[in-house]
Design a protein around this ligand. Structure first.
Ligand SMILES: [Zn+2]
Length: 111
C-alpha cells in the first residue's frame, strides 16, 4: 500500500510518524482518545493544520491536537487564537505548546 493517501491527501506513513511525535495534544498536552471512540469527543485526536490558509495537504504543517483545541481554534491564526478566552483560561500560549507549534509560529507568524 506504499503511496496510499488518505482523505487529507497526505501519505499515511508520514501521518503515522506525526501521530507518534504528537502523542499528546500539541496545544494543551491532553492525552487523546481515538476519534470515533466512546470517549468524550473533546478528547478525540484530530488532524490539525497549523496554517490557517490552504494548502491543507502539506505534511510539514500538520500536527495532532485534541478535538477541543481544534474546534476552539477553527481557522484563526495560532497567535490570534492564543489571545482568546479558551487559551487564556487553559494557560495555552507560545511558551506552553509543543515544539512543532513553536517552530511553525516562529517561521510563519512571527511578523
Ligand atoms: Zn488540546
Amino acid at each position: 500500500m506504499k503511496g496510499m493517501k488518505n482523505k487529507y491527501g497526505l501519505p499515511e506513513k508520514e501521518l503515522d510518524s506525526i501521530r507518534a511525535r504528537d502523542s499528546v495534544c500539541v496545544y494543551c498536552h491532553k492525552t487523546m482518545k481515538k476519534a470515533g471512540s466512546e470517549e468524550f469527543r473533546g478528547d478525540w485526536s484530530t488532524i490539525e493544520h497549523l496554517n490557517h490558509l490552504p494548502p491543507w495537504n502539506n505534511i510539514s504543517t500538520i500536527a495532532i491536537c485534541c478535538f477541543s483545541c481544534n474546534a476552539s481554534r477553527g481557522a484563526k491564526r495560532i497567535t490570534d487564537w492564543f489571545k482568546g478566552s479558551y487559551c487564556l483560561d487553559k494557560g495555552i500560549n507560545l511558551n506552553t505548546v509543543t515544539t512543532p507549534v513553536k517552530d511553525y509560529v516562529k517561521k510563519h507568524e512571527s511578523n
